[in-house]
Ligand binder design. Sequence first.
Ligand SMILES: [Zn+2]
Length: 266
Amino acid sequence: MIHQLNPKIYHNEFKMLEPRPNDYALCFLGRNVLVDGNDNLFRIKDSKGNAQFLFEIDEERFFLVDEIVVEYIEKDITYFRYYQPQHLAFAVLTGSSLYEFYRNNTYCGRCGMPMQNHEKERSKFCMCGHIVYPKIAPAVIVGILDEQHRLLCTKYRIPRSKYHNYSLVAGYNEIGETLEDTVRREVYEEVGLRVKDIQYFDCQPWPITSSLVIGFFCKVDGSTTIRLDQNELCEATWFTQEDLFPSQDETTLTHFMIDYFRQGKI
Ligand SMILES: [Zn+2]
């Protein structure tokens, strides 16, 4: 998965560091990141203006900068999902999520005055007392198994989503819910099934949507008749281990879960 950087280590302890010429300089324009003509990331020496320290991966430091002063091209951040080396893919996507936090909180949502960066923690504050922290949206991914030990795979309806590989039931946690409540609600909304024996599997930060996705496996409770949410999905199919092909996408928890099932590990 994209966040698994082993043997490298992601360090996001909050620090106020001064940039050095060869540190990485992440500069974003909306959903795009600026790179050179060979898709390489820029360094501090290629930038000017404010440089906000974001995080380190091993000894490499990454800063958010205002401006790149050499020739650049723009790349949609989703291009970096499959970028190599993988730790730079993770750095761009995580950096873009932090960029959204800083950009979206330029002014106070309570009184409209300019917000300032806190010097002791990753937050922004206003003189009126309002403080904002980076928002992380928890979402569940659900591997549903039936009595024949088949896995329910789904497909999103086009054009609601560009993504058209097999996926799993998924959705955002809402206020007042436990994660298990979210699993039960999303499964019922998307495919009309009741589930039991909900077991935590693994989780993954997913910076493209500023989410933390939490994977669960569970069993169908009662009827296996599917009632599809046709606004969101176009297909929901039960697969045996033998029916599934090895996943071509190693970046996501969804495909890790499907492959885990395919290999007979659950
Ligand atoms: Zn305010």
